[in-house]
Design a protein around this ligand. Structure first.
Ligand code: ADP
Length: 266
């Protein structure tokens, strides 16, 4: 029986390679007259029973600022996931490529886009767990959308999921995630503060020349990322609010969304 989220491999036409990630290659494709991005899942790279269950949840999440999952193709090997195509690639590369050309309005707009997608996830009680500019994508019309939500749970490689290991995204993680793996929308908002920092620094990597251990030490002693040269004070105050030690002292995404929208109306 064909499930509604199952993509018929006959209907999927594959084109050129777009990139590669933790799970394997990402290809451009066409599915029922729609241009799509197809994520091929390398063998043993994802426990598929768990995933199929969760894909149903992820497909129900639908918002203009989230990269839409259209379906999964589990009938062929490698298994693949079919997503909305984002012509302008990932946000971190987009920012680096346009260094010196980004206006204040564009940077604020990008922060707003991400906060809208995340406010929707927050209201759906869905935790992203790996929010970073590299996991946001840019559409043909330069809208920024949140991608890869919840996906780290399906990476069997514990290099990525254990905070002790080298691939763990320590530089985007809230202290309680690093210490106890306690994920929540309040740990997502910490990561969002780091995305704002990345946007206003035109795609620079946070804590560029520091090791994960050094970053953890400096966070513990109360230090935070510095104000990007291009960030207005009000914008930096918002980032800094996202980096409060106690999760409850941080804003919600809805709050941040309203604050950003107000700044845009000044
Ligand atoms: P993973 O999550 O497996 O690490 P990514 O999602 O980072 O993989 O994808 C790797 C690359 O493929 C991205 O940097 C981007 O360039 C490209 N890509 C991924 N998803 C899409 C998409 N929906 N549209 C266009 N390009 C994409």
């Amino acid at each position: 029986t064909a499930d509604q989220w199952e993509v018929d491999p006959e209907e999927l036409i594959l084109g050129q390679e777009l990139g590669s990630g933790q799970f394997g290659l990402v290809m451009e494709g066409k599915w029922r007259e729609t241009r799509v991005a197809v994520k091929m899942i390398r063998d043993k790279c994802m426990s598929d029973e768990d995933f199929k269950e969760e894909a149903r949840v992820m497909m129900k999440l639908s918002h203009s600022r989230l990269v839409q999952l259209y379906g999964v193709c589990t009938q062929r090997s490698p298994m693949c996931l079919v997503f909305e195509l984002m012509e302008n690639g990932c946000l971190s590369d987009y920012l680096r490529d346009r260094k010196g050309c980004l206006s204040q309005e564009m940077m604020l707009g990008m922060c707003l886009d991400v906060s809208e997608g995340m406010a929707y996830l927050e209201s759906s009680n869905f935790i992203h767990r790996d929010l970073a500019a590299r996991n946001c994508l840019v559409s043909k019309n330069i809208e920024v959308k949140v991608s890869d939500f919840g996906m780290t749970r399906f990476v069997p490689d514990d290099q990525y999921t254990s905070s002790q290991c080298s691939k763990f995204p320590v530089k985007w993680s809230a202290p309680e995630v690093i210490k106890y793996c306690k994920f929540s929308s309040k740990s997502d908002i910490w990561s969002f503060g780091v995305i704002m920092w990345e946007i206003y620094n035109e795609g620079r990597l946070p804590y560029e020349n520091r090791s994960n251990t050094e970053v953890v030490e400096s966070l513990n002693s109360g230090m935070r990322l510095l104000k990007p040269r291009m960030a207005p004070d009000a914008v930096y105050q918002l980032m800094d609010w996202c980096w409060k030690e106690k999760p409850d002292d941080r804003p919600s995404f809805v709050q941040v969304l309203h604050e950003l929208a107000a700044l845009g109306n000044l």
